[in-house]
Design a protein around this ligand. Structure first.
Ligand code: AGP
Length: 608
């Protein structure tokens, strides 16, 4: 997704802006650019490709400037090239703008401005916005931006500078996150706190429909309708090393290995063993309200949708409440049936996914209580929910979600426990589950000890072009997640399927060139899965099994075995997914892929 960084203060802006962009690289982009206010006016440089290409264009000379904006672009309108890269300027290069989001009525605005004599030089919707600001400019940059935005339909997170206003950045948001960072004699604007974390931990999140005027020693926020806003200054809890690689080759590998710690964080302070109950005050629901819930909907996208599917199994088993899992992009355009006893959970690592946010807002307009299961504190979904539970996984930089997935599953299990204990789940059963939960982090460490075996399997299969992942019951969503991990970072086509469904079509694909990963744990459906494995083997398929420690029988029945420790059957996904994350990672590395920033992908899909 696009990234925005702005700086105004007493230090040289160029290095601050470029290092800020590098902190946002993980979000995915295809071009970059910078605008600096120098003594001779606005200096704009842009390049297609990585930030290093922009640095090459800038050359060794540092442009003297204490004020500027910069951008990484993920193309939505207009192909990724230098011309379409941001910042965009007016014809006289006196106003520069960077933009995240989509101006949906840009064609209408373009026709209007063309009639006023403006000429479009790019294929982007963003350029139209800077011309509109220029058209409305009468000496007051804030007012010009405000007036222009009242004519815009769509989503935006923007930062604007002008050579007429040294030391002023205008920032505004509607549907695309923006944060103001507060320093000493300097201030920052960014689309993600990672870009400013090394400079300040004091931030003000802009809300939709707000506009900020930022100078080195002050800032001022109003609504687009010019209503004063009292800013709420928040202290970021993340540390800088949390967004560094800490010696790992990739953020993804670091985040896979962080899971024992992040899972402890997910349940820390939330489990009362004596009463056998989870404590989730953030839900903002009293026990009688929790008891009245008759139906749960969980909506999400991608990996978060997979964790939601696992949450369905867990909550239905613990609380005996029907749970429906919905793709957010489908839910938002259906006419969902929601009554006063329905509750909706929006699961999202970034808290900014456009489809999930829209689905949540659709449910809200129908009177549904909506709760967030979110990682990024202060994100839009977190702020727009009626309550929720933060998963406390820390910043997830790798585009492929790993630690957020397991922490989402953990939090959904805590929610299942709480709802269950309001109903028929006994203290004893709950205490047994809590004991299993508390063993999981150490058990994941045991799986890490098998990483060399996983690498060996990766070496044997990294050149294959297709994979099939099979699982049953609560591990069927893990098969989906394992397939998604592989395809999104190695570009190998991989499909996840319910193991029994293989007979209804996919079995036609099985041959020696189609490795089949099967989650075959010692659980109630083990024998059925073993039959599926036999069907694969009978067609010369190669089977890589994820099995339960101590299961020696399976060794004779498959080509490779990766073991995971025994745990409560409702928590097996927290373990069975780990070898699949590592398998995808090592295959992608062996294929020379860009593991942390896979092609075409963004960390947070804030556009539809
Ligand atoms: C997962 O590895 C992908 N990066 C993607 O599917 C992601 O899970 C999806 O876009 C949802 O993102 P969210 O959790 O931030 O809402």
């Amino acid at each position: 997704m696009c990234g925005i960084v702005g700086y105004v203060g007493h230090r040289q802006a160029q290095p601050i802006l470029l290092s800020g962009l590098k902190r946002l690289e993980y979000r995915g982009y295809d071009s970059a650019g910078i605008a600096l206010l120098t003594d001779s006016g606005l200096m704009v440089s842009k390049s297609v490709g990585k930030i290093s290409m922009l640095e090459a264009v800038l050359g060794d000379s540092e442009h003297k400037s204490t004020h500027g904006i910069a951008h990484t672009r993920w193309a939505t309108h207009g192909e990724p090239n230098e011309v379409n890269a941001h910042p965009h300027t007016d014809a006289a290069c006196e106003i520069a703008l960077v933009h995240n989001g989509i101006i949906e009525n840009y064609r209408t605005l373009k026709e209007y401005l063309m009639r006023k004599g403006y000429k479009a030089r790019t294929d982007t919707d963003t350029e139209i916005l800077v011309h509109l600001i220029h058209f409305n400019y009468n000496g007051d940059l804030t007012e010009a931006v405000r007036t222009a935005l009242t004519q815009v339909e769509g989503t935006y997170g923007i930062a604007v500078v002008s050579s007429h206003h040294p030391d002023l950045i205008i920032a505004a948001r509607k549907g695309s996150p923006l944060v103001v960072g507060l320093g000493e004699g300097e201030n920052f604007v960014a689309s993600d706190i990672s870009a400013m974390l090394e400079h300040t931990k004091r931030v003000v999140y802009l809300e939709d429909g707000e506009i900020a005027s930022v100078t080195p020693n002050d800032y001022h926020i109003t609504t687009i309708q010019n209503v004063e806003i009292t800013p709420r200054i928040q202290e970021i809890s993340w540390s800088l090393d949390m967004i560094e690689k800490s010696g790992y080759d990739h953020f993804m590998l670091k985040e896979i290995h962080e899971q024992p710690a992040t899972l402890r964080n997910a349940h820390r302070g939330r489990l009362n063993f004596e009463k056998g109950i989870a404590r989730l005050n953030g839900l903002n629901l009293q026990y009688d309200e929790l008891r009245r819930i008759k139906r749960v909907i969980i909506t999400a996208c991608g990996t978060s949708w997979h964790s939601a599917l696992i949450g369905k199994y867990i909550i239905e088993e613990m609380a005996r409440i029907p749970v429906e899992v919905e793709y957010a992009s489908e839910f938002r355009y259906r006419s969902p049936i929601i009554d006063e006893n329905t509750i909706l959970f929006a699961v999202s690592q970034s808290g900014e996914t456009a489809d999930t946010l829209a689905a949540m807002r659709e449910a809200k307009t129908r009177g549904c209580t909506v709760l967030g299961v979110v990682n990024v504190v202060g994100s839009t979904i977190a702020r727009d929910s009626d309550g929720g539970v933060y998963i406390h996984a820390g910043p997830e930089i790798g585009v492929a979600s790993t630690k957020a997935f397991t922490s989402q599953v953990m939090v959904l299990a805590l929610i299942g426990n709480l709802l269950g204990r309001m109903r028929q789940l006994s203290v004893q059963e709950s205490q047994e589950m809590i004991e299993w939960i508390q063993k999981i982090p150490d058990q994941i460490e045991e799986i890490f000890a098998t990483e060399d075996s996983i690498k060996e399997i990766a070496k044997a299969y990294y050149e294959k072009n297709n994979f099939l992942y099979l699982g049953r019951g609560i591990n069927y969503p893990v098969a989906l997640e394992g397939a998604l991990k592989l395809k999104e970072i190695s570009y190998i086509h991989a499909e996840g399927y319910p193991a029994a469904e293989m007979k209804h079509g996919p079995i036609a694909l099985i041959d020696e060139n189609m490795p089949v990963v099967v989650i075959a744990l010692k659980d109630p459906v083990y024998d059925k899965v073993m039959s599926n494995i036999a069907e694969v083997q009978a067609r010369n398929g190669h089977v890589i099994a994820i099995a339960t420690e101590g299961d020696t029988e399976i060794v004779e029945r498959v080509n490779h075995v990766l073991y995971v420790p025994q745990t409560h059957r409702l928590f097996t996904p927290l373990l069975s997914v780990i070898p699949l994350q590592l398998l995808a990672y090592h295959i992608a590395v062996m294929r020379g892929c860009s593991v942390d920033q896979p092609r075409n992908l963004a960390k947070s899909v804030t556009v539809e």
